[in-house]
Write a protein that binds this ligand. Structure first.
Ligand code: ATP
Length: 513
């Protein structure tokens, strides 16, 4: 656990030091769970968004993208169920006065048991060496099985109590497990209460006529209310999808873990409209497709897993999360939900407008079913960033900090250096910049020794460093250094564009899907 905490602290400080993420309004001591993306962070975020958009919209001739408003008619949230059901179970510790999500307290308790399992596995790995079979050990070791059973029993009871809205039992569970407040250490808890997560605001100038609005807690509803507009104007035929990326707002109680859980965040969602009865097939299809998208970035197959939901949201008939191994353990990165016709039917009912599709092949109208893929852009940012940050031991017994971002997502693709600040080398380096900047985000640096400049770019995640030296003046060649291997080679200036393109081009990466 201590190691995980240390690694996570490094992630947060590195994100600040290298201009990726700042706390919002830092000069006023910040605002809890609100963050700003800095010069490098904004680029990384944009590249992740583009990577998603290209894979989901551009590469699918039956998926289109839209961009709907954050403000929506308040009835939207009545219809969607958010006014009545978008809440978290809260519990307060009477001594520290700190408020917690009751389900998260229980889940954290289970994470501690999971850490014990990992410890057993590590111990056995050491003991058995090469002959160690992890899967078999987990399936047969009595101690591990005991821990796992305990986790399953706790989570299943939590799921059932939440589903039945039996908040008294959630409190009973916390008491039975003797969970203490991490701050005060006391077990002096209030009852568990529900708390709505939507932010309210007002539209209009005068107090009497102002209309109560909510900041959208998800982007999906902007897609549902436009379903027919898009279907008609785009002459879309089922199955088809509508995608969008944009801000969403939730008054989260457990605001911690940096950009993992924010109060203002960005989603990338796609609603896929299908014929009723085909949802199982499409659920499997999108599970597989989305996992392939993640794996195409080469961040390690072992870092992902599916977590099928036992407790389904009010709108879903099947749901799974793609979980990622963050520095604090496996957590939800993306949700894939089979939402049935819940949303379109609800909007039909509340608006009085028909939201049906006429199927020419079947010669009848019906309300389509919907499959949703929903990923948090900020969470994806954290996955990419935390996975990339590492300390490497080098052969000469020194270490380097390197941010091995997938090159396609890296904010700066190449840094160009003159070896020295004289003899016409800066001019040549700047000429190279002038040429490359039409295709890539590039960076010029002439300060400090070249070795130091390399290290700065390693820590910044830049895949290539290009150095102009005296030989360049004679034969128009430069050295190009690769971030991950640190290998250097001599290439012609005229080759640079192709070399960089091959490594950073979206097509090269998406083809791996
Ligand atoms: P969680 O259980 O972690 O609160 P959720 O199940 O409520 O998430 P969804 O409503 O399914 O999340 O939202 C889809 C995606 O949006 C999530 O998979 C996550 O990546 C992202 N997301 C949700 N809430 C936040 C938040 N507060 N901050 C950042 N990203 C978020």
């Amino acid at each position: 656990m201590a190691n995980q905490d240390d690694q996570f602290k490094k992630v947060i400080s590195h994100a600040k030091e290298y201009g990726y993420v700042f706390q919002s309004s830092e000069i006023y001591d910040g605002l809890s769970a609100v963050y700003d993306y800095a010069q490098n962070g904004a680029e990384l975020k944009k590249n992740i968004r583009d990577y998603w958009w290209k894979a989901m919209v551009q590469m699918h001739d039956n998926i289109v993208g839209i961009d709907t408003a954050i403000f929506m008619h308040p009835t939207t949230w009545k219809a969607s169920g958010h006014v009545d059901a978008f809440s978290d179970p809260l519990i307060d510790n009477k001594d520290s006065k700190k408020r917690y999500r009751a389900d998260v307290l229980v889940e954290d308790y289970c994470l501690k048991i999971e850490a014990k399992i990992e410890k057993e596995v590590k111990k056995a790995e050491k003991r058995f060496g090469d002959s160690f079979n992890k899967a078999e050990f987990i399936a047969t070791n009595p101690r591990v099985l005991g821990y796992q059973e305990k986790i399953d029993t706790i989570l299943s009871r939590l799921g059932k109590s939440l589903e039945a809205e039996d908040l008294a039992d959630v409190k009973a569970l916390i008491e039975e497990l003797e969970i203490a407040c991490p701050l005060s250490g006391s077990r002096n808890w209030t009852d568990v209460k529900q708390f709505n997560l939507m932010f309210g605001t007002k539209l209009g100038a005068s107090a009497e006529t102002a209309m109560d609005l909510y900041l959208r807690p998800e982007t999906a509803q902007g897609i549902f209310v436009n379903f027919l507009n898009v279907q008609k104007t785009g002459r879309m035929k089922i199955p088809f999808g509508i995608a969008q990326t944009g801000k969403a707002f939730r008054n989260e109680i457990v605001a911690r873990q940096f950009i993992f859980r924010m109060r203002e965040f960005e989603q990338m969602e796609m609603q896929f409209f299908i014929k009723p009865g085909t949802q199982k097939k499409w659920f499997e299809h999108w599970k597989e497709t989305r996992m392939k998208w993640h794996l195409s970035l080469g961040m390690g197959e072992d870092n992902y897993r599916f977590h099928d939901h036992e407790k389904l949201a009010h709108y879903a008939d099947a749901a799974t999360d793609i979980e990622f191994k963050f520095p604090f353990g496996f957590k939800e990165l993306e949700g894939i939900h089979s939402r049935t016709d819940f949303d379109l039917k609800a909007h039909e009912e509340h608006s009085g407008k028909k939201l049906q599709y006429f199927d020419h092949e079947e010669n009848k109208s019906y309300t389509p079913y919907v499959l949703e893929t929903s990923i948090g852009l900020d969470r994806m940012f954290l996955a990419v960033f935390s996975n990339a940050l590492m300390e490497e031991e080098l052969e000469n017994n020194t270490t380097r900090t390197v941010l091995k971002l997938p090159a396609v997502l890296a904010p700066v693709k190449a840094a160009v250096f003159p070896l020295v600040k004289k003899d016409g080398l800066p001019e040549v380096a700047k000429e190279i910049i002038e040429d490359l900047k039409w295709d890539f985000n590039v960076f010029y640096d002439e300060k400090d020794a070249v070795g130091k400049r390399y290290r700065r770019q390693d820590a910044n995640g830049t895949p290539f460093c290009i150095t102009v030296d005296h030989q360049t003046l004679e034969d128009k060649t430069v050295t190009i250094r690769h971030r991950d291997t640190m290998e250097q080679s001599r290439v012609a200036i005229s080759e640079l564009k192709d070399i960089i393109k091959k490594e950073v081009d979206v097509k090269e990466w998406l083809m791996k899907m």
